[in-house]
Design a protein around this ligand. Structure first.
Ligand SMILES: *[C@@H]1O[C@H](CO)[C@@H](O)[C@H](O)[C@H]1NC(C)=O
Ligand SMILES: *[C@@H]1O[C@H](CO)[C@@H](O)[C@H](O)[C@H]1NC(C)=O
Ligand SMILES: *[C@@H]1O[C@H](CO)[C@@H](O)[C@H](O)[C@H]1NC(C)=O
Ligand SMILES: *[C@@H]1O[C@H](CO)[C@@H](O)[C@H](O)[C@H]1NC(C)=O
Length: 466
């Protein structure tokens, strides 16, 4: 699915008469007021309000390839290094479980992989799931839509690697110390003249960890999160994160990075072609580790059990954090299993979402979800609105996956399976992070292109309503 260069996309010109536009604004204002009165309740009962909100959010945010694109440009702030490169320099101490230095190398792509596939080896990396912010930054620095002139910018990107910092402070018991950098970040924003112009509504940050890692509240339990996204000054900022809080309209889901970072569009076409031809002897597969404790863990346990009992399922279990012997940390093992499977089970893990969803798309394996928050309420910019076009949903909320997965999957007609697989393979470019040094030749839209175009549309519509 290669699309034209953005600069060649049709330009959308509005030509409203003054009368029409004031009527328009009155209607928008009344509608907004109405919606505010009815839906702006604190999410004390998420299940109850879920439906209204999800519908509202999806209809606002979905971006199809046919949506008109207005011309736009992105300005990148020059931040004090404590917010980005300084954190990278401190890579030995960023994470209590692992040394992040190999993972932050190559602008967050990690270490190059040699043996994944016949497709050019230079485009495969053992990318860590939490480095999206760095890759995004590197991509934008070389992006054709970048501007050095803030007075011409539509969007302002604030390169803060908040996720790298968050994991280094999970065990910090002094909350003032844990939140110090977040507070300095909000002070930095407020002091910027371009922030004040639109109260920050045209500014965005990219976070390579889930939004929950930045949303500690006074009343809730302390899992190690900071208060970054609950700071009053940060509320007008758009937040792009690998997992969003589905009830926050300024948060937008972006893909977890997978291992493929193509440099040219022909590498993408070659890979898509090989995934279309791939023989898939396994009906389904599960790659993952059992989890202890949470309610969500119950689903995982059930999936592992069902997969182990079925001759049609390929199980790749991971022992938690067991280094080189752990097959789940080998990209070629993971992609090998997924590219030989028709369906890939995506159980929630420590949070709703999983990197594995994007590995499975990359391998042309149809994802099977057990919670709506694993993808449907997360990645509206990226995935078709009609979930049935590319995925299977088995209701597993409240830890319930008692139905036999194998039976459910066997029931799906072959033609529908093929249609879904075609759709999944078509999605590969847009959920992939292109190599930051990719040439612009015959450009395809990657995850960063999709995000900035969707965000520019979103910001322009927010600002035009003020
Ligand atoms: C892209 O190219 C520049 C200049 O050659 C180099 O410094 C940078 O490290 C490259 N980026 C990646 C991700 O390899
Ligand atoms: C907590 O951290 C802050 C900021 O670093 C420091 O000023 C304060 O003394 C610390 N409090 C304790 C009890 O250590
Ligand atoms: C957010 O935007 C609104 C309206 O544009 C403004 O009144 C408010 O002060 C802004 N908040 C911050 C923290 O800048
Ligand atoms: C789980 O699903 C089964 C079959 O769909 C249903 O009979 C059962 O009541 C469900 N249990 C819960 C706790 O929702």
């Amino acid at each position: 699915m290669l699309s034209k260069k953005q600069t060649q996309l049709p330009i959308f010109i509005t030509s409203n008469s003054p009368f029409k536009s004031s009527l328009f604004f009155i209607i928008i204002f009344l509608t907004a007021w109405f919606l505010l009165l009815f839906f702006w309740l604190p999410p004390t009962n998420p299940i109850h309000i879920n439906l209204h909100r999800a519908y509202h959010l999806i209809s606002n945010h979905i971006i199809n390839s046919h949506v008109y694109r207005q011309p736009f440009s992105v300005y990148i702030y020059d931040m004090p290094s404590e917010f980005n490169l300084g954190l990278v320099k401190n890579c030995h101490h960023l994470n209590m479980h692992r040394d992040m230095c190999p993972h932050v190398a190559n602008h967050g792509l990690g270490q190059p992989l040699q043996h994944v596939n016949a497709v050019s080896p230079a485009c495969w990396f053992a990318t860590n799931q939490f480095t999206a912010a760095m890759i995004f930054h590197a991509r934008l620095e070389n992006h054709p839509l970048r501007t050095w002139d803030p007075s011409r910018a539509t969007l302002f990107y604030v390169p803060f690697y908040g996720g790298l910092h968050a994991s280094s402070k999970f065990r910090e018991t002094n909350l003032t110390a844990r939140d110090e950098l977040a507070v300095r970040f909000s002070e930095f924003l407020e002091s910027q003249p371009w922030w004040q112009r639109n109260n920050g509504k045209d500014h965005f940050v990219v976070l390579g960890r889930t939004a929950w890692d930045f949303m500690r509240t006074k009343s809730g339990p302390d899992y190690g999160a900071s208060t970054l996204l609950n700071l009053p000054r940060v509320q007008n900022l758009s937040v792009l994160a690998i997992e969003r809080n589905p009830w926050r309209t300024n948060q937008h889901g972006i893909p977890y990075p997978s291992y493929f970072h193509p440099c040219t569009s022909s590498q993408v076409l070659t890979w898509q072609h090989s995934m279309r031809l791939s023989k898939r002897p396994h009906l389904f597969s599960f790659v993952g580790a059992p989890r202890k404790g949470s309610q969500r863990a119950a689903i995982r346990y059930e999936l592992i059990k069902q997969c182990g009992e079925s001759i049609r399922c390929k199980l790749l279990t991971c022992r938690y954090g067991s280094g080189a012997s752990n097959k789940c940390s080998s990209p070629s093992e993971i992609l090998g299993v997924m590219s030989k499977s028709q369906f890939c089970l995506q159980a929630p893990g420590d949070s709703f979402t999983r990197r594995s969803t994007f590995d499975s798309v990359l391998a042309g394996c149809i994802p099977v979800f057990f919670s709506r928050h694993t993808a449907y309420t997360q990645y509206m910019w990226y995935l078709p609105q009609d979930a049935e076009e590319y995925s299977v949903y088995i209701n597993g909320e409240n830890g319930n996956a008692t139905r036999r997965i194998e039976d459910e999957l066997m029931k799906i007609p072959r033609e529908r399976v093929e249609r879904m697989r075609k759709k999944v393979i078509d999605l590969i470019p847009r959920v992939t992070y292109k190599h930051p040094n990719a040439s612009d030749d015959g450009e395809f839209e990657d995850a960063v292109d999709v995000a900035v175009a969707a965000l520019a549309n979103h910001v322009q519509s927010v600002l035009s309503k003020e």
